[in-house]
Design a protein around this ligand. Sequence first.
Ligand SMILES: *Cc1c(COP(=O)(O)O)cnc(C)c1O
Length: 415
Amino acid sequence: MHKHHSALGLAARSTARTVAGLDIAKRKPVDPVTLVRPHAAARAARFFVEKFPGRSMYAVKANPSPDLLRVLWDNGITHYDTASIAEVRLVKATLPGATCCFMHPVKSVEAIGEAYFVHGVRTFSLDSLEELAKIVAATTQDDGSPATDLTLCVRMRVSSEYAQLSLGAKFGVGVEESRELLIATRQVADALGICFHVGSQTMSPDAYSNAMERVRAAIVGAAVTVDVIDVGGGFPSAYPGMTPPPLERFFETIHRAFESLPVSYSAELWAEPGRALSAEYASVVVRVERRRGAELFINDGAYGTLFDAAHIGWTYPVQLLRQPDSEARDMDFSFWGPTCDDLDHMKGPFPLPADTRAGDYFEIGMLGAYGSAMRTGFNGFGTGDTVIATDEPMLSVYGEDRDVAAGRTGNVVKL
Ligand SMILES: *Cc1c(COP(=O)(O)O)cnc(C)c1O
């Protein structure tokens, strides 16, 4: 049985993992193989459906795989946060019964019109009077009668200070400017919402309570009735060196902050998790094509699933798949991807056994969110096969055995 020697102390290793991984190593695939774990996505969906004190809609951009969409649907996720007309079409084609909410604050008139008239989308976000005018125009009937069934969510700008990835600069209105927009939106909306995004991989629940204070100020300032409070995404997953507090603590903080708003008696609470519902769904098995000291040339990279590893230095758990198991101690490696581009570099550090060599395969975990979704065909390097794995993801923020897993390795994953 494979034993992992990583100082990162990954979650429980299982015989199933070794078998799945080594089977791939035996078949010697030339292209990177995506391992998907439907049971992990199902568990994440059920967790949000059962424990988040409101409605959870999946942010499709994190991973638009139709197979994943079906797993989430089967486990109770009925609403989908879509940000482009292509995402709306994909969700409706995959899950005809699903409800799409179009939560990009800057849309084309054509996209709004198709979403409303063809796909039955009724919920849109906005952060300007121009966008409000576009939505009104694009949803007006041919006979000139305006839509009377719109749920319109005003996107507020909030701090990204607790997030690993800021979403604070591009969209959203400040509290001051929100007054005019909230009042104007209230006049045309059947239901008025306020939404925000605290940034992705948010490591503290305080991010949400701080954002809710801005929401409170906006509601009081505009003196409008609000029907929806949408706390957006940002819920964290587990990565090496990034062990977030339990998701329950985020949910409790959000619930308390929501309950204290002046509209809580009549408003609905929504969230838009992307990363948290998809991160544990997929990993990738790569092959070492060359070793140069502490640098490994592998067959996936910045233009494949490792965009964040290359561009923002994100690290992911790694595990060598070799039989018999390596006896060598771990050392830190960096990776070069397969393209001819110097940018195709992942500095890591990624700890693997010191005798890792060309021809070895290893698994890179936690690539279900913003990993698989980022793959391009640049320079002729694309995707290989997708294989279903039944073992546990390399790290997890869910699951009954998460404490056991932490106890077994005595490190990280203490959630
Ligand atoms: C990206 C995005 C999400 C998902 O964010 P995560 O950090 O992946 O949970 C949710 N809502 C909006 C509007 C987004 O842009």
